[in-house]
Design a binder for this molecule. Structure first.
Ligand code: ASP
Length: 332
């Protein structure tokens, strides 16, 4: 038996750890119930790929993800990756907010070893459950020599994605995860994993995981919106707002007026797009007074919210400096 790499699996719950009394149902099940030891035992092939150690960090449905769990998870990754012979970390997660956790870890972790998130669209008891293969593929990628130095990775449905680019784009299909602009970084086929290209942006520990997070919320632009929600959030002390704007960052004039007022009151405003793909054009100079708010570049509203909250936590003055905040989004 060749010397196998040591891989640590950190389990957080999700549908990959879900179970149902009806194997034919993909809708009626309980997420986050199956312990990590059982998930590993269901995939004997793991033992020919790596020496696995596992830790049950949490057991949650990822719809209920929290900042405190992100901090715990990041601390466990740092703990395990500091051990000299750990070759990589795999994190099992729910699919609903996987892209947000991946983004937060991507921005904050030094990634001394590969960190790979995986999940499943179908519960572990389902007919054609996708979790076992996703777990095996994630361990293969975490053990792969080319996986180092590419930031946090996400492996599902035989594809390898960059944490910054990947998003969940389907309610139930096993190919729900896509990277709309960049495409996947590579693929896994049986025991063969290959990276086709490197991520264009590598954010290694751009900013630390905040000890306390400012209130940052998302608002959407659509036909005839009201401004009541924005005004209420400003009155409640929100520190940043991400707009899920129409098209290429277009904001209804009623919302734009409310957002200009919000910005005058010290709230950072960032324009993302509700379209699901594409880059929101950078204003030559972000001029909030004219409704030209900072562009989220190609980050969707949920990832933009993670970056904005982390940026404001680390540098509260960014709210009053749109040019510097734009530079943060341009570079992340
Ligand atoms: N609600 C589940 C979760 O995110 C869905 C899934 O994992 O697919 O934990």
């Amino acid at each position: 038996m060749p010397h196998l790499p040591r891989i640590v699996v950190l389990a957080t719950g999700g549908t990959i750890a879900g179970a149902s009394s009806n194997p034919a149902s993909s809708a009626h099940y309980q997420a986050a119930t199956v312990p990590v030891a059982s998930l590993l035992a269901a995939v004997p092939a793991l033992n020919s790929v790596a020496r696995i150690e596992a830790e049950q960090v949490a057991q949650v449905d990822s719809k209920d993800m929290s900042f405190s769990l992100w901090s715990t998870l990041a601390a466990r990754v740092v703990h395990w990756s500091a051990q000299a012979d750990v070759a990589g970390i795999v994190i099992t997660h729910g699919t609903d907010t996987l892209e947000e956790t991946a983004m937060a870890l991507h921005l904050s972790l030094p990634c001394a070893v590969p960190v790979v998130l995986t999940a499943a669209m179908r519960p572990s008891t389902s007919l054609s459950a996708d979790g076992p293969l996703n777990l095996l593929d994630a361990v293969r990628v975490a053990s792969h020599p080319d996986a180092a130095g590419k930031g946090v990775l996400v492996v599902l449905n035989q594809q390898i994605h960059a944490a910054r680019d990947v998003t969940k784009a389907h309610t139930s299909a096993v190919d729900a995860f896509v990277s709309p602009l960049a495409g996947p970084l590579g693929f896994v086929q049986d025991d063969y994993a290959r990276f086709a290209h490197a991520p264009a942006r590598q954010a290694h520990a751009v900013m630390p995981m905040p000890a306390s997070w400012p209130e940052v919320e998302i608002v959407a632009s659509y036909a005839q919106p009201g401004r009541v929600a924005i005004d209420a959030m400003v009155a409640a002390g929100v520190r940043g707002l991400v707009v899920a704007a129409a098209g290429n960052g277009s904001i209804h004039e009623t919302l734009a007026e409310a957002l200009v007022d919000a910005n005058s009151a010290g709230v950072a405003v960032v324009r993302s797009s509700r379209t699901g793909a594409g880059h929101v054009a950078f204003p030559a100079v972000p001029r909030p007074a004219d409704g030209l708010f900072v562009s989220a570049a190609d980050l969707n509203p949920y990832k933009a919210r993670v970056l904005l909250a982390m940026a404001l936590a680390n540098e509260p003055g960014l709210a009053a400096d749109p040019a510097r905040l734009q530079a943060v989004f341009a570079g992340a």
